[in-house]
Design a protein around this ligand. Structure first.
Ligand code: 13P
Length: 256
């Protein structure tokens, strides 16, 4: 079965609720014709409820940028997967910025993945190596270990709701991006083949894997033309309606 491409704009710490709603209202009619692509926006927690209302009935889905594994409790600053359930379809976890600034660990990414799936939502699990690891030739081993840790105890059935995002840290927000063929090779060997070994070929060939890291309209076609890349997790270029629309149009044209 063909994999439905998924383009997710990760807004990180950008856009107030009013700005976010204005963006959704402008974007929705412009991307309405591209139903072969899943179109997802990940606003801040503060804007999530407003974006969920604005996106209702629009061809847009909503993602949270994190989700805690406990249903509730003494976890200052956190929002649980359970609490996110009425507002979102997807929850991004394991982002390298959370791993770097918030000490996100592989163990907690795994807890979150299981809680998100149990809440009936879909995790987008971000993995990726640092520049030092890349230069030392450790990329495949490291990304494999992140994938294995994130998926420990996740059933083959639940894998239908999992998305993996390969985001080399050195390509995030730097203007540097992996070449399409380099990203495809790592996604194949470190993610898809690892999933085949953990589960089976059917799970591996149906799971969707995004590339992220300085994706923009000018390089989108190169990424979308790769056989193992099923979409993009986009930071900077998701903040402008014109750019984000262009990314969706390219994904629909190349993959749709
Ligand atoms: P940029 O597209 O700004 O490089 O960010 C990528 C990213 O981190 C998406 O999660």
């Amino acid at each position: 079965m063909p994999r439905t491409p998924i383009i997710c704009g990760n807004w990180k710490m950008h856009k107030s609720p009013n700005e976010a709603v204005a963006f959704v209202n402008e974007l929705a009619p412009r991307v309405a014709g591209y139903d072969s692509v899943e179109r997802v926006l990940a606003p801040t927690f503060l804007a999530l409820a407003a974006v969920a209302v604005a996106a209702h009935g629009a061809p847009l889905q909503v993602a949270a940028q994190d989700g805690h594994w406990a249903p509730q409790g003494a976890y200052t600053s956190q929002v649980s997967a359970e609490m996110l359930r009425p507002y979102v379809n997807y929850v991004i976890i394991g982002h390298s910025e959370c791993r770097a600034f918030l000490n996100e660990t592989d163990v907690n990414v795994n807890r979150k993945a299981k809680a998100i799936l149990a809440a009936g939502l879909r995790p987008i699990i971000a993995v990726g190596e640092s520049l030092e690891q890349n230069q030392a030739g450790e990329t495949v081993d490291f990304v494999q270990s992140q994938v294995k840790a994130a998926l420990a105890g996740v059933s083959a059935r639940d894998m239908a709701n999992v998305v993996i995002a390969y985001e080399p840290i050195w390509a995030i927000g730097t203007g540097l991006s992996a070449s399409g063929s380099m990203a495809d090779a790592i996604i194949k060997s470190a993610v898809r083949d690892t999933i085949a070994a953990l589960y089976d070929d059917a799970v591996a060939s149906s799971i969707r894997i995004q590339y992220g890291g300085s994706v923009k309209p000018g390089n989108m076609e190169e990424f979308m033309s790769q056989p193992n890349i099923d979409g993009a997790l986009v930071g900077g270029a998701s903040l402008q309606v014109d750019d984000f629309t262009a990314l969706i149009e390219i994904a629909a044209r190349v993959k749709g």
